[in-house]
Design a protein. Structure first.
Length: 81
């Protein structure tokens, strides 16, 4: 069950990243240049198949020109274990 929750959170993060990138009218390559992250990794983050580190989230936010909290501004399903 924890793995499923983890994957859902990665997918939600990816959707949020994609939304912000598209709002800023940035291609994968342009965002990659702005934040010094490989464009193929950005695609993996958006698809929810790669887990970004905190430093990566900060770099992505910087490239997008937003506060890092904007990248994780989506509904979390907090359930006690």
């Amino acid at each position: 069950m924890a793995e499923k929750k983890r994957n859902q959170d990665l997918t939600k993060f990816g959707v949020r990243l994609s939304e912000l990138r598209k709002q800023k009218k940035l291609s994968f390559r342009k965002l990659a240049t702005l934040c010094d992250i490989d464009h193929s990794d950005i695609k993996k983050y958006e698809k929810g198949i790669k887990n970004p580190t905190l430093l990566t989230i900060i770099e992505l936010a910087s490239g997008l020109g937003v506060h890092p909290k904007e990248l994780i501004d989506y509904d979390f399903d907090f359930q006690k274990k």
